[in-house]
Design a protein around this ligand. Structure first.
Ligand code: NAD
Length: 501
């Protein structure tokens, strides 16, 4: 990975601090407006615990205004009925703009989320740009069908935009997860209202400014609202919204579903939590490589990734060797400010989350798991929500640290003796987002992959992602898939048209 020092232009950090001084407002109908809400949220830097800026929290009046803007734009057809060329070029241009403003966006992302600047710049920003190219390419490739019905009739299907789509995203990949939704929703002709997490609204706000300055989307097509749980609830229950695409916790996902059911039965896509297993069989092809990758997949982005391998299941005969390798690597991780040279891991994204992670570490000790590394906070100059990479060994599958999503740098290591036992333990949580397995036995790879109750299975390389491959979980990890054709299904509705011949 390149050195962050080589990547960061100090001027960008200075630019960001100037940018933060300007009032932050919602983006609605092609205008920035603050509304009259007196309710505000302080956006913090989790490395320094300093306030970065205050943003307004949308109340019912502001939400109504924004929904109205998005509805008006949708009904006007300036976007939904625009030519394919116009929409394609607009999306490609947004991707270019994200690249051109990449350093700014990455700086804002790391300031409020705490992830390394290099992670924001190298992982998040390019992917956020590329997803616009990917879905721009789909605009003229999604066909309806001609249906072979009985003679005397012609029956065909049309793929139509859903309408006003609310896109609610969490704080762990604020820009990237928003773009995963914005690009396909716009490609299919919808209008969107993006609600970033209250903890990390900066990059999406900057994206609104960039799009506004470029002026390549008709007013009201792209809207941004800031807010908290109450704002999210107002959105879920709003009768003027036709679709909610939600990424966040399982608990809140259920609330979104309730809100949708009790209002207008808007359609809902849910990308929720995980507690993903990563099974290391003793016959794996490259032990050191497997340990290295498992460690990176677990601890990068400070363990705040929904699909990270938080439960490592290790076959008895290699258990001690693997745990020793994990401890060695985890102990070598250097904690520090997202912009500091030589740092491997930033702080947890916010104070309440930091406390939750530390409470789980205490719980693990109380449950009788063996703490073999980390387990402590590590402040810098007396500040920051830093948690040392933590590993619990000899964990029992039924312990809460092996069942609950912790969403921080806390890995649990579980011992197994047989393939059957590994599969049983792997499937033994309410979640089913992802799973990994490592083996040189081709038959076992297919056999186990088929029996893992998870939306994504990685064999001999944990964590592979591509816009062309479906992303999303089973069980309480979600409803529906994102990426590829799946996102296009989520943002279109299919109409069946009958013609009597
Ligand atoms: P969260 O559920 O607390 O919040 C997510 C978003 O929902 C935020 O914008 C928040 O303001 C909003 N919200 C809060 N209460 C709401 C309500 N009652 N109604 C509607 N919206 C509401 O999640 P978080 O703490 O921001 O993010 C961490 C969670 O996200 C983890 O559980 C993680 O696994 C999950 N996640 C899942 C995926 C995936 O693709 N499956 C990806 C990233 C993160």
């Amino acid at each position: 990975m390149p050195n962050p020092k080589d990547l960061l232009s100090k001027a960008r950090l200075a630019w960001a601090h100037e940018w933060l001084k300007a009032p932050k407002t919602f983006y609605s109908g092609g205008h920035f407006l603050s509304g009259d809400s007196k309710n505000t949220w302080r956006v913090m830097n989790p490395s320094t615990e300093q306030v970065l800026c205050e943003v307004p929290i949308a109340d019912e009046k502001a939400i109504n205004h924004i929904v109205n803007s998005a509805q008006t734009a949708f009904t006007a057809g300036t976007w939904s009925e625009a030519s394919r060329k116009v929409r394609r070029e607009a999306l490609i241009r947004i991707g270019q703009l994200i690249r051109e403003h990449g350093e700014e966006l990455a700086t804002l992302e790391s300031l409020c989320n705490g992830k390394l600047f290099s992670e924001s710049l190298i992982d998040d920003v390019p992917e956020s740009a590329d997803v616009f190219d990917y879905y721009a390419g789909w605009i003229d490739k999604l066909y309806g069908d001609t249906v072979p019905v009985d003679p005397g009739f012609l029956n065909y299907t049309r793929r139509e935009p859903v309408g006003v789509c609310a896109l609610i995203v969490p704080w762990n990949f604020p820009l990237l997860l928003a773009c995963w939704k914005i690009a396909p929703a716009l490609a299919m002709g919808n209008t969107v209202i993006v609600k970033p997490s209250e903890y990390t609204p900066l990059s999406v706000l900057r994206l609104a400014e960039i799009i506004h300055e470029e002026g390549n989307l008709p007013p009201g097509v792209f809207n941004v609202v800031m807010g908290d749980a109450q704002t999210g609830k107002l959105i879920s229950e709003h009768p003027g919204i036709h679709k909610v695409s939600f990424t966040g916790s399982t608990a809140v996902g259920k609330k979104v579903l309730t809100g949708a059911a009790q209002s207008n039965l808007k359609t809902v896509t849910l990308e929720l939590g995980g507690k993903s297993p990563n099974i290391l069989f003793a016959d794996l092809p490259d032990l050191e490589g497997a340990i290295e990758r498992s460690c990176t997949a677990m601890f990068s982005h400070k363990g705040e990734k929904c699909s990270e391998p938080t439960r490592i299941l290790i076959e008895d005969s290699i258990y001690d060797q693997v745990v020793a390798g994990l401890i060695k690597r985890a102990n070598a991780i250097r904690l520090g400010d997202a912009f500091e040279e030589g740092v491997d891991q930033g702080p947890q994204a916010h104070q309440a989350h930091f406390k939750k992670v530390m409470e789980y570490i205490e719980l693990g000790k109380q449950e009788g798991a063996k703490l073999v590394c980390g387990g402590v906070a590590e402040q810098k100059n007396g500040k920051g929500y830093f948690v040392r990479p933590t590993i619990f060994s000899e964990v029992k599958p039924e312990m809460r640290i092996a069942q609950d999503e912790i969403f921080g740098p806390v890995l649990v290591a579980i011992r197994f003796k047989t393939e059957e036992e590994a599969i049983r333990i792997a499937n033994q949580t309410p979640y089913g987002l992802a799973a990994g397995l490592w083996t040189a036995d081709l038959s076992r790879a297919h056999r186990v992959a088929a029996r893992l109750d998870a939306g994504m299975v990685f064999v001999n390389r944990y964590g592979c992602y591509d816009f062309a491959s479906p992303f999303g979980g089973f069980k309480q990890s979600g409803w529906g898939k994102e990426m590829a054709l799946h996102s296009l299904d989520a943002y279109t509705k299919t109409k069946s048209v009958w013609i009597k011949l």
